[in-house]
Design a protein around this ligand. Structure first.
Ligand code: ADP
Ligand code: ASP
Ligand code: MG
Length: 817
């Protein structure tokens, strides 16, 4: 015996009904079959909504005709294949008449009792079964219609009835018998009481009907035919990267379903498990796919976590008071009051101080839950022993489920740090006593991105990383090019890098799904003037992208000043802009404090030496306890390039021009020539060493002569520059005769911070550094007498952009395997 349950979409049209009958016909070759069918997709919602409408006195004709037409049109399309269409039409018309009568009654009384609603909402299942029965008969499969109200005997809440398994088995006995019918057909979703009155099994309950039938028939297999390839590692609508699971254990399936995996009604598994009946969840649209097998002997999973599930519409109720501490029976009273009110509790937590108990219920039951508690603890509230009974709504439960997490260390850690990564705060936590599930109560709106990220952390599936980029000059523009070039490779490694916002000083564009990078210039040109940092912040707060990173490729002081507020709104910050780290010490501190408070990262490796690993190396030396005595080096690729050219006889002004053309200089080359840029880098290094220094404390000697007027507009400055070419050239030649070269050197030592021109003997390693190179030496406790030296190309947009990209990728944690 096999029980085959077909869901709403699987009977949702003529082609699907044919498909179902094909599948049943195929199965009948090997075994006896019972088919359990849902209503045509959307019909149960239509019925429930229409009942509510009638109760409010609204007009129901349109809904009635939709109900009729949906089924009639399928019937007529099947017409040619049927023995006769008329009996089917009559059967459907009888159901429609019944529905019209019920709705009239509801409308007249302005009341829809739970019993009436249970009866009315099951009409969809009855209609779809008539369609199936007609086609099965036409194919000579001799279906035997089973009336669920006579066999699925239940009791209790008419909308959430409790089956009486002993009675059900007794009623099924004739059908179970080997001499019983070879093919049976039963509408899902409802059963009946002793007297045959309809009792509903609750929304999605057809799965449960099928499981009860399978248990009562001693079936060898229960098949749940739906519209996806089985049970997925997460709801595929929320996590596009989720994948179907080949096998799961009964316990895992129960936990997943209980915590919201809609693919199975939460109560489906228990009856099957009790009788050891394997359950296969499969896709009626792709019957060749094996789907998911739920069994006792599911293979141990490759990952500690088998899947994630997400339960919406949850409220957290908290009862607290010093007077609850150590009072026996408090918890019993809390939950007894819920039971009396018919409220089921989703999840419970209690702090060890025993002063508060928190639990989750469905949002729709939360008012009743609070009222029940207020009544139960009235005396304590008056005596001040209970001070709060509060409710927090719009929450959801995100759970990880897996047999493999029993006795495994670190599984919960990954879960919670994953939630922290996406800035998701946790209202409550619960772990199943079997160590098979861990649940976190979070804000419902955070759910989708939290799901996607946690899924990525456990399964290494592609993670979306969203960038908001300010500044698309030479570095920013190059970054766009590099991201575009690297995107396919990164995607192959599980990182989907998307630029979701771009702004320059005039315009900006925001596209939450990602800006197509081959068109970023056009998009920005067509952008709005208002897409400023404010809108970035808003974007981060409201649209809540997965792992938003603000990337600063400007050299703007204003942008640098905005970092604390950007970090506070949930963005990580990666910057090539030195103005923040070289700004006032108070600002420097504020950035770090805000980042740590909001658990965001602030990365700035390109602030010194472009992409050379300077900051990271220095941090590691300090972190591991080294003491740095002196840092010295050539910290300006632009000046090293310019000085290199002057050694070859190129006049200074011309060398500056070439460096500007190659975009080796800061936007204003005076920042380089006057030493300000190097001074900033020295300051940044000094601050890494823990020194409290301001920019004006860096002793600064300009490359330009003291009596040269470097002020005013850039054009005028560049026009005046050739006037010092000759003198500079003479200085270079004189030094050459002495066996020396000019180098612009920055240093941090005991004496303080300094930058300036130095005549360096040819045998000094710094003499060899030119043509856009940077070199830094770190003399430290460990690196002494030979200093640690970092040297390499350190100028230009390409390397700087690559360093920015590396910082961005540093924020993407490797998937956990
Ligand atoms: P049916 O009408 O066949 O009973 P349902 O809509 O009740 O179908 O359930 C199937 C749907 O459940 C899928 O289309 C999918 O969107 C959703 N779903 C949620 N969580 C999961 C999961 N973990 N695995 C598969 N599907 C899931
Ligand atoms: N048709 C019912 C519902 O939509 C039962 C089911 O599909 O399982 O809730
Ligand atoms: Mg369902």
């Amino acid at each position: 015996m096999r029980v085959m349950k077909f869901g709403g979409t699987s009977v949702g049209g003529t082609a699907q009904i044919r498909r179902v009958v094909d599948l049943v016909e195929q199965a009948r070759k090997d075994t006896r079959v019972m088919v359990v069918a849902s209503a045509v997709t959307g019909i149960t919602n239509l019925l429930v909504d229409t009942a509510r409408l009638a109760q409010e006195g609204g007009a129901v004709d349109a809904a009635l005709s939709r109900f009729e037409q949906t089924h009639l049109s399928i019937a007529r399309e099947l017409g040619g294949e049927l023995e006769a269409l008329a009996p089917l039409e009559l059967g459907l018309a009888a159901i429609s008449t019944e529905l019209r009568g019920l709705l009239q009654g509801v409308g007249l009384l302005r009341e829809c009792s739970p019993s009436v609603l249970a009866h009315l909402s099951g009409l969809g299942e009855r209609a779809s079964c008539l369609l199936l029965e007609a086609l099965m008969s036409a194919r000579k499969l001799s279906p035997h219609a089973v009336e669920p109200r006579h066999v699925l005997i239940c009791t209790g809440d008419p909308l959430q009835a409790t089956p009486r398994m002993d009675e059900i088995r007794a009623r099924f006995a004739p059908l179970r018998d080997a001499s019983g019918p070879g093919l049976m057909l039963m509408p899902g979703f409802f059963g009946g009481d002793e007297r045959g009155k309809t009792l509903s099994l609750g929304r999605g309950g057809s799965d449960y009907s099928a499981a009860l039938a399978a248990a009562a028939l001693d079936a060898r297999l229960l098949e749940i035919w739906t519209d996806v390839d089985g049970i997925f590692s997460a709801d595929p609508r929320l996590v596009p990267e989720a994948f179907p699971l080949a096998e799961v254990s009964f316990e895992e399936a129960m936990e997943l379903a209980y915590f919201g995996a809609k693919v199975l009604h939460p109560k489906t598994i228990a009856p099957a498990r009790e009788r050891g009946i394997p359950v296969r969840v499969c896709n009626s649209f792709r019957p060749e796919h094996p789907g998911t097998l739920v069994t006792d002997s599911a293979a141990p999973p490759d990952h500690p976590v088998r899947g994630l599930s997400f339960l919406r519409d949850v409220a957290l109720i908290n009862i607290a008071g010093a007077g609850l501490k150590g009072v026996p029976g408090t918890a019993a009273r809390v939950f007894a009051s819920m039971a009396r009110t018919g409220i089921s509790v989703v999840l419970i937590t209690q702090g060890s101080s025993e002063c508060s108990i928190s639990f989750c219920v469905q949002q729709s039951e939360s008012d009743a839950a609070v009222r029940a508690l207020e009544t139960e603890f009235e005396v304590e509230r008056e005596a001040g022993k209970v001070d709060t009974i509060e409710r927090q709504g719009q929450l959801a439960v995100l759970s990880i489920v897996g047999d493999g997490m029993r006795h495994r260390v670190g599984v919960a850690g990954t879960f919670f740090s994953g939630l922290a990564d996406v800035g998701c705060s946790i209202a409550a936590i619960a772990q199943g006593s079997s160590e098979r599930s861990i649940s976190a109560v979070i804000t419902e709106a955070d759910g989708p991105r939290a799901m996607a990220h946690v899924h990525h952390r456990y399964f290494g599936t592609t993670e979306v990383v969203e960038l908001l980029v300010a500044g698309v000059g030479s570095v920013g523009g190059e970054l766009m090019r590099q991201i575009r070039q690297q995107a396919p490779h990164l995607r192959a490694q599980g990182v989907d890098l998307r630029v979701c916002a771009i702004a320059n000083s005039r315009k900006g564009v925001i596209e939450p799904a990602g800006i197509p990078l081959e068109q970023w210039k056009e998009k920005l040109e067509a952008g709005t003037a208002s897409a400023s940092l404010d809108s970035f912040r808003e974007q981060a707060r409201e649209k809540r992208p997965g792992r938003p990173i603000f990337v600063d490729c400007t050299s703007s002081e204003d942008v640098a000043l905005a970092y604390p507020s950007l970090l506070a709104s949930g963005l990580h910050v990666v910057t090539a802009n030195k103005k923040a780290n070289a700004g006032r010490m108070a600002h420097w501190r504020a950035i770090r404090e805000t980042a740590s408070r909001h658990q965001r990262r602030f990365l700035y490796e390109t602030n010194v030496g472009a992409a050379l690993p300077v900051i990271d190396t220095l941090k590691n030396m300090l972190r591991t306890g080294d003491q740095v005595h002196r840092i010295e080096g050539i910290l300006s690729g632009s000046l090293s390039f310019i000085l290199g050219l002057t050694e070859q006889g190129v006049p200074l002004s011309q060398a500056v021009g070439t460096a500007m053309e190659k975009r080796f200089t800061e936007p204003d080359p005076r920042d380089d020539l006057q030493g300000t840029d190097v001074a900033r880098k020295v300051l940044i290094l000094a601050r890494e060493l823990g020194r409290e220094v301001e920019l004006e404390q860096v002793a600064l000697e300009s490359l330009l002569p003291a009596d040269f007027d470097a002020d005013g507009p850039l054009d005028a400055f560049l026009e005046r520059l050739p006037s010092i070419d000759a003198a500079f050239q003479r200085r270079v030649e004189r030094l050459r005769d002495e066996g020396k070269v000019l180098r612009y050197v920055g240093s941090v030592g005991q004496e303080g911070c300094a930058v300036g021109l130095k005549a360096v003997p040819l045998e000094n390693p710094l003499a060899a550094v030119k043509g856009g190179e940077n070199a830094l030496s770190f003399l430290s406790e460990r690196y002494s007498p030979t200093p640690l030296v970092i040297r390499g190309y350190g100028a230009g947009a390409a390397v700087t952009a690559s360093g920015v990209l590396a910082d961005v990728l540093r924020l993407v944690e490797g998937p956990l395997t």
